[in-house]
Design a binder for this molecule. Sequence first.
Ligand SMILES: Nc1ncnc2c1ncn2[C@@H]1O[C@H](COP(=O)(O)OP(=O)(O)O)[C@@H](O)[C@H]1O
Ligand SMILES: [Mg+2]
Length: 296
Amino acid sequence: MEYVIETHDLVKQYKSKYAVNNVSLHVKRGDIYGLIGRNGAGKTSLMKLILGLTSPTQGSIVLFGDKNADKGRKKIGSLIESPGLYRNCTAYENLLRFSMLYGTDKKQITPILQKVGLGDTGAKKAGEFSLGMRQRLGIAIALLSRPEILILDEPINGLDPSGIKEIRDMITELNAQGITFMISSHLLDELAKVVTVYGIISDGRLTEEISAHELQARCRRCVRIVGDDAQKTCSLLKTAYPDAVIDIENDEVFMSSHLDKTADINKYLLKNGIAVSEIGFTEGSQEEYFIERLGK
Ligand SMILES: Nc1ncnc2c1ncn2[C@@H]1O[C@H](COP(=O)(O)OP(=O)(O)O)[C@@H](O)[C@H]1O
Ligand SMILES: [Mg+2]
């Protein structure tokens, strides 16, 4: 498996506080990796370590398979905390200044502005931008160096619903064009619609890495069966699966195990005279899954 970001037993200690505690994380090329944790969990500290803005107390960082992380960092763009912008300049002028600073080609400024949805802001100064627009301008600056990875710390924090959607859409679009993302949030809702892999961080520790797909499967709690005779369905299932926990609610039957057996269950019930009109899964709450794991 090729990882573009790996950390090995990474530790960042501030006096007696372990901001990052033995973190080994894995980001694959093409991922939208969502680092989720409460305020103070260590998200920003971890991102700063990966970006080389602070140095680890212990452990190592491997970028693009290379232990010399400084080399890989040239291919990473980032937005940590609020972007430093020239408030009296337009979006274009901001990018022009950073482009000169970084020595990048100024021909890409207009296409980048379009990519982040700031193509039409004309003479408007950055100081008059909404929070969402400033955030997108910050991301545009990070794109100047044509990064393969973008690390964004709480890019959605404080935005209104339309601002949230704009940033999400932009992330999805840039990801489709090949950019790998690592983004952080303390709110699940903000991440849920874009993330492909979650890293759950609690009190400095990475407690779990789980793909969105796997999460969905894990939150599938019950087989739900709708048919013409709930009582009979229930007793048939109890005969076939004596160890299963089966409930009836509003004439629907729920079974909290054998989730891989829906086809067999369907056949079995039909054979025994039940008219099954629906068989599927109930989704457990992903919110609950995280709340159990995010810690205090
Ligand atoms: N420069 C620092 N000096 C001392 N403690 C710090 C410093 N930076 C972060 N911390 C502490 O490390 C912990 C993690 O902080 P942070 O990485 O900012 O969390 P998050 O970004 O998840 O909110 C917090 O308890 C914070 O107070
Ligand atoms: Mg933070």
